[in-house]
Design a protein. Sequence first.
Length: 140
Amino acid sequence: MKEIMAVIRQSKVKQTMEALADIGVTSVTIHNLNGRGKQGGNIMECVDPLMSTDVECVSKIYKFPTPSSMAVYSKLTKPVFWVPKSLLDIVISEVPEDLVVEAIMKVNRTGNKGDGKVFVMPIADALRIRTGERGDAAIV
């Protein structure tokens, strides 16, 4: 058994789910989350070029007060808007992991920063709470 976690753009979830269904993956847990990678998030200056560079926290955009309020607790010189992403959590036993990773990569690779990440981890055991089934039987 393997667990595959894929952090992808929210706009690619539907296409990714279709690609996974095409190869026989039917059980996926989806989490909506915010984060940042090498791109460093979306700096508020990109949204508001008139913002001063020497402030710790200024919210000129009233629709999104949360990211700028987070800047109060960080060492950032400008508030950062975390990038919205989706996390797909997939546990497989029958579908080959290479096939799953390939399907995710094919849909999500644009060549631009922010395409996402895929993590593959071994699963020691699984247990279906309702029936008590263990191992592969618990995830099918």
